[in-house]
Design a protein around this ligand. Structure first.
Ligand code: C2E
Ligand code: C2E
Length: 179
């Protein structure tokens, strides 16, 4: 029996977001928009969008260097002096849990203001606002965030942040040779 070709389209629509981490503002808006408009995903259960404004003295580009989404489908962008995260399939009650996984510091130390959207209509309405930002107003990540290099030498193991051990040679090669 032949599988209808439409099935491929149908299947691709059921797959969650394939993106992770920083996205340019336009890509971010398109991706969230695709999620929110996908009728095959649960109504008002696509995920949580959160906008965070850094405390005075921290630039949004710097805050981005501390933002490390691990889950595929968790995306982030910066613009209008805000860091905006979309956490796919995260429930609103779990927002703090998810943010603790994503930032190595308490978010209250980095951000002074938070706005949260989780219903399809709310997210769609905020996207309309976000799309009014013209490309010249999109913030760009600092060079360090575009590289794979880790900003903080630590990893989240599911419960807590742990430093990644580094090898140290206690005796230098010269010392070994002379002893
Ligand atoms: P993924 O969803 O892309 O997540 C990548 C990593 O982010 C995970 O690696 C884990 O370190 C972290 N992570 C994501 N979501 C959570 C969460 O809700 N709680 C915690 N504590 N950590 C989270 P990990 O554990 O090696 O998993 C690798 C992949 O295996 C995941 O990729 C996902 O595709 C799958 N997976 C693992 N456990 C589960 C699960 O309980 N449910 C589902 N649906 N998938 C899972
Ligand atoms: P959930 O997605 O229903 O996951 C429930 C629990 O399953 C998680 O509790 C975690 O113990 C486990 N789990 C799920 N996915 C993974 C995975 O990929 N790897 C590992 N190692 N464990 C996984 P936890 O961590 O307390 O999170 C509670 C809820 O918080 C999650 O419910 C989810 O709604 C949200 N959440 C937590 N971390 C993340 C994240 O990194 N991204 C997003 N989008 N949501 C997250």
């Amino acid at each position: 029996r032949r599988v209808p070709e439409d099935i491929t389209t149908l299947l691709s629509m059921t797959q969650p977001l394939k993106l992770r981490g920083f996205q340019p503002w336009g890509t971010f808006c398109d991706a969230v928009s695709n999620m929110v408009n996908n009728q095959l995903l649960p109504a008002d259960g696509k995920g949580v969008m959160v906008a965070l404004r850094p405390v005075p003295g921290i630039r949004v580009e710097q805050a981005l260097t501390l933002c490390r989404p691990n889950r595929t489908g968790d995306i982030v962008s910066i613009g209008d002096n805000r860091l905006v995260l979309f956490l796919s399939f995260c429930r609103v009650n779990d927002l703090d849990t998810a943010l603790n996984h994503i930032f190595p510091l308490p978010t209250a130390d980095i951000f002074s203001n938070r706005m949260v959207w989780f219903e399809d209509n709310q997210i769609a309405a905020e996207l309309v606002q976000m799309r009014t930002l013209t490309p010249d107003q999109w913030a760009k990540p600092l060079i360090v965030t575009s590289e794979t290099k880790k900003v903080i030498n630590a990893e989240h193991d599911g419960t807590a942040w742990r430093r990644i051990p580094e090898h140290y040679r206690l005796l230098s090669e010269t010392t070994e040779r002379t002893s």
